[in-house]
Design a protein around this ligand. Structure first.
Ligand SMILES: [Zn+2]
Length: 270
């Protein structure tokens, strides 16, 4: 009896990975966002953590810059079935980017600046904890600005020779005053006239923890709490805060996890 049981266990372990029993759309790679679909009324968890599920069964799964290789999505349906989806996450390699000539006080902030940065980060953190019922994330994203891509997601940044945290968005160089549009519908969750690093800054909430950030703007044309349509102008390109030239830094995150905006839009159109 025993050897047979053991044999069964071993043959089970030796089976190939289970097929995905859920629908997940998007790139399963570091920095990617997947839109999942489970039967309506199901409860969904990602690596054991419950995630919000829309009434129609949609949910989000995001992978950070250094996400581990495997994750497991489980859905418990309202009639008691468990549906599993093992996901293998493709690894990426990242650039090393050196930026020199930044003002010293912006690379090594003084105590007054540090206090300001803490306040800025707290405001940004509040937006990144939002978990609203909106499903604005489902609209395919467009580029908020068209221009030359001058910085990509995940690059290890070395500012004035000092290693800093990886670049958590995409930089698009464009002339000062170029309109910036909402790449997807959303609600304006933050408007700030002058953050230490990011200058004039706007954040949009797209629902289920997905938010986006637009910084270094020369002008802001939306108000906190306002609903914006995809393609609606939210401000203009500038170089406020820590920026060496006019560009839009665009970031997207699922709660605190930074995602690669380029994986939402595809290639920059000509
Ligand atoms: Zn940037």
């Amino acid at each position: 009896m025993r050897p047979l049981l053991l044999g069964l266990v071993f043959s089970f372990l030796a089976m190939p990975a289970l097929a995905c029993q859920l629908t997940l759309q998007g790139p399963a790679k570091q920095g990617g966002l997947l839109i999942g679909s489970a039967p309506a009324g199901a409860k969904v968890s990602v690596d054991g953590r419950a995630v919000r599920v829309a009434p129609d069964g949609r949910f989000l799964v995001g992978f950070g810059r250094d996400a581990k290789v495997k994750t497991k999505v489980l859905a418990l349906t309202s009639d008691g079935h468990t549906l599993a989806c093992p996901v293998v996450i493709a690894k990426r390699t990242y650039q090393v980017q050196r930026i020199d000539g930044l003002p010293k006080r912006q690379v090594t902030p003084d105590p007054v600046a540090i206090a300001r940065i803490k306040k800025d980060n707290a405001a940004i953190g509040r937006v990144r904890r939002l978990d609203t019922a909106s499903t604005d994330f489902a609209a395919p994203f467009i580029w908020p600005v068209k221009g030359r891509i001058s910085g990509i997601f995940g690059s290890q940044r070395i500012l004035n020779g000092k290693p800093r945290s990886p670049h958590n968005g995409v930089d698009i160089a464009a002339p000062k005053g170029t309109p910036i549009v909402a790449p997807a519908p959303g609600v304006v969750a933050l408007v700030h006239p002058d953050m230490f690093y990011t200058g004039k800054s706007v954040m949009l909430d797209h629902g289920h923890g997905l938010s986006s950030v637009y910084v270094h703007m020369s002008d802001i044309s939306v108000k906190q709490g306002q609903r914006v349509a995809k393609g609606e102008m939210i401000g203009k390109v500038g170089k406020t805060g820590r920026a060496t030239g006019p560009h839009l830094h665009w970031g997207v995150s699922l709660f605190a996890t930074h995602l690669d905006p380029m994986l939402l839009t595809g290639k920059m159109p000509k």
